[in-house]
Design a protein around this ligand. Structure first.
Ligand code: A3P
Length: 273
């Protein structure tokens, strides 16, 4: 960069695109959109609007391609991107490390049983004639059989397995695990943790949120680019189908050891039963 450019940028007058210094890597249906929308209210945060899928689908296009998909930032602003598929992509940890070994990694996690139903509900909304959850969750569609761990909605909830892959490339201190449950019940608390983790001033607080009883979720009084109150879109906070309680219990029993392992690795008990 020329001296003039550097001077302008340091004065906060020259916007530029930067590779992200923090990523929301997962988990799918954990509440990743909510987290991104909430953190980007912060004036020192700029985020790519849509999922770029660089580290899973577009890696061969190179870092310059990725950088061009980032928003303009001024000196002192950080760039964030979220693509929840990164968490489960085998090559992603090595690729992210290659971009920048000090990348901060945010993971929104949610009770894997609820997450699986959320994932199923999303898939069913895109496809006519989806088999019932209770069938898809078991090998050969029968509750007499074992749980079908090859089915995406079930497999993705084994968080410990994916985290172990990431820990070969990044120390635990570079991760922040956000509780998807608390993000709904008390978004301000989780946002405080996120801002501290990112080294940001605590600007996003309880003042920014209100509970919208029609939506059944916390919404924002104002947000990036909008000054009026608004909630996340229709695809966030869907109604879940009723699931046979025996099936739910089977799933809880299935996930218990994996959850314990995840608590053990992260040092956090997320309280999923
Ligand atoms: P459901 O639609 O199953 O309820 P993601 O953005 O990672 O796809 O996660 C979607 C989930 O975010 C939703 O799943 C919902 O439970 C959760 N969520 C968390 N906070 C929310 C909010 N303020 N508004 C809407 N959904 C929210």
């Amino acid at each position: 960069a020329s001296p003039k450019y550097r001077f302008l940028r340091q004065q906060g007058l020259q916007p530029a695109r930067q590779l992200p210094s923090a990523l929301i890597i997962g988990v799918k249906k954990g509440g990743t959109r909510a987290l991104l929308e909430f953190i980007r209210i912060h004036p020192d945060v700029r985020a790519a609007g849509s999922e770029v899928h660089f580290f899973d689908k577009h890696y061969s296009k190179g870092f310059e391609w990725y950088r061009h998909h980032m928003p303009l930032t001024l000196e002192g602003q950080i760039t964030i991107e979220k693509s929840p598929s990164y968490f489960i992509t085998k090559e992603a940890p090595r690729r992210v490390q290659h971009m920048n070994p000090s990348t901060k990694l945010l993971v929104v996690v949610r009770d894997p049983v609820t997450r699986s139903i959320s994932d199923y509900t999303q898939a069913a909304s895109k496809k006519a004639e989806m088999k019932p959850f209770e069938q898809l969750a078991f090998v050969n569609g029968s509750t007499r059989n074992t749980i079908d761990t090859s089915w995406g909605p079930i497999k993705l909830g084994i968080y410990a397995r994916y985290l172990i892959r990431w820990l070969k490339y990044f120390p635990l201190s570079q991760f922040l695990f956000v509780s998807g449950e608390r993000l709904i019940v008390d978004p301000a608390i989780e946002l405080k943790r996120v801002q501290d983790f990112l080294g940001l001033k605590r600007v996003v607080t309880e003042k920014h949120f209100y509970f919208n009883s029609t939506k059944g979720f916390p919404c924002l009084f104002k947000s990036e680019g909008r000054s009026s109150p608004h909630c996340l879109g229709k695809t966030k906070g869907r109604n879940h189908p009723f699931i046979n309680p025996t099936v739910l219990q089977r799933l809880r029993d299935f996930y218990r050891p994996f959850n314990s392992r995840f608590y053990q690795i992260t040092g956090i008990n997320f309280g999923w039963s």
